[in-house]
Design a protein around this ligand. Structure first.
Ligand SMILES: Cc1ncc(COP(=O)(O)O)c(C=O)c1O
Length: 412
């Protein structure tokens, strides 16, 4: 059964009616299904079982501590890209051995935190960063394991904001430069392998395979102690109901075939974010205003780009379901937020039933890059988050208050 489904015309998350959650906790409200989270992790682990990868969940997708702890208990490590994410992974119980630190602009303070925390791997994204890390590691008298994040110059077909592996991209080191860096002496660094992440929401594995070819050719020329290959994240998610959820097995088979031709065993790392969490979640919203705007109805709800930025940032599609299944008559409709920006739409040009003040809707597939990109813009407190577990549920982040908004300001 789908995570979000109607029973007697009422929308449920697993066994819990959404109306109950919205009434108890208010809206906007992010909810997550434990069942779906577990299933996603299990599908990925099973698909890649033969390659025995270290799966490091990409914390940037959603850094709620309760969710991180759930992933930790399911055996995942963490991919972090800031000191804050590193701190939260450790707060959630992660063992530093299970943490990999990437990120294109790490500060000295973040690098020192990584070294003090003794995390297992640091991905370095430029020649300058390699120099800085070598110096800091010398000062702290340690020798971290380092991966070079390579830029294989391959651009997959996806939204230009989530392409990271083409030559112009700020991410990673060009292969020729990586060859030069590899030949140099890095007294305080233990260079162990390579890292790529060519982008997200990549619909077919062809560009991933092309990037693997480039990177494995590079790795083949490296000394045998270069034995780690971090393939990044990016597995696609079926944001639209007509799409089939991604098959991890297909990617796993392709990776296995390619790695089987490599002359020595490699330790594989994966960094999935959205594919583990996006479809476990819905964002619950309450209608404030419904008005006719030209050819469309515009429904203004109580959360917008401040709550879920993806539609405004990437033109992302999130499917909309009313809490109550209504009669079949629908109208061309836009869903807009309350923010004073003309980009503040959550969904455009949908066919939805008539709705009026206090009706509620759910936006689906909002678990990844939803809450983690939420802001206080227009001084809206950020929403609450609830984790559904079968027939029970738990508040896992309280709603912010106006006092929270003021709490860090200092009036001199
Ligand atoms: C280096 C790196 N790894 C992993 C991810 C996770 O990607 P996704 O959520 O598409 O799986 C990202 C996303 O930006 C990334 O930059």
């Amino acid at each position: 059964m789908n995570t979000f489904h109607y029973i007697n015309k009422k929308l449920f998350c697993d066994q819990i009616p959404l109306e109950k959650l919205a009434s108890e906790f208010g809206t906007p409200l992010y909810i997550y299904s434990t069942k779906r989270l577990r299933e996603n992790v299990n599908r990925l682990q099973t698909a890649f079982d033969a390659l025995n990868p270290q799966i490091c969940y990409a914390v940037k997708a959603n850094d709620n501590l309760a969710l991180l702890q759930l992933f930790h208990k399911l055996g995942l490590g963490f991919d972090v890209v800031s000191g804050g994410e590193l701190h939260r992974a450790i707060q959630a119980g992660a063992n530093p051995e299970q943490i990999a630190f990437a990120g294109v602009g790490k500060t000295d303070a973040e690098l020192k935190l990584a070294l003090h925390s003794d995390i297992s791997k640091i991905s370095v994204e430029s020649a300058e960063e390699l120099d800085v890390l070598n110096r800091i590691a010398g000062e702290l008298n340690c020798r971290p394991s380092v991966l070079l994040r390579l830029n294989p110059n391959i651009a997959p077909k996806t939204h230009h904001h989530i392409v990271t592996g083409n030559a112009e991209s700020k991410f990673g080191i060009a292969i020729d430069l990586a060859r030069e860096l590899r030949a140099q002496n890095w007294d305080n660094l233990n260079l162990r392998g390579v890292h790529i992440h060519i982008g997200s929401q990549i619909p077919d594995p062809t560009p991933v395979l092309a990037a693997m070819d480039v990177v494995l050719d590079f790795l083949e020329e490296c000394p045998p102690n270069w034995d780690i290959f971090d393939l990044g994240g990016g597995f696609p998610v079926a944001y639209r109901p007509e799409l089939v959820p991604s098959s991890f097995a297909n990617f796993a088979q392709i990776a296995a075939n390619r790695l089987a031709r490599f002359p020595r065993p490699l330790k594989l790392i994966l960094e999935p974010g959205r594919s583990l969490i996006a479809d476990s979640s819905a964002l619950l919203l309450t209608v404030q205003i419904s008005k006719q705007t030209g050819t469309h109805r515009t429904i203004v709800v109580d959360g917008g780009m401040n709550t879920l930025l993806r539609p405004a940032l990437y033109d992302a599609y999130h499917h909309v379901l009313p809490f109550h299944e209504k009669n079949k008559k629908t109208y061309p409709t836009h869903i807009a937020g309350p923010i004073c920006e003309s980009a503040d739409y959550l969904a455009r040009d949908r066919h939805l039933p008539d709705m009026s003040r206090n009706d509620r809707i759910a936006l689906l597939t909002t678990g990844a890059y939803g809450y983690s990109m939420a802001s206080h813009y227009n001084a809206h407190p950020r929403p609450a988050e609830v984790l559904v577990d079968g027939d029970s549920y738990h508040l896992i982040r309280r709603r912010e208050t106006y006092t929270d908004l003021d709490s860090r300001d200092i009036i001199p």
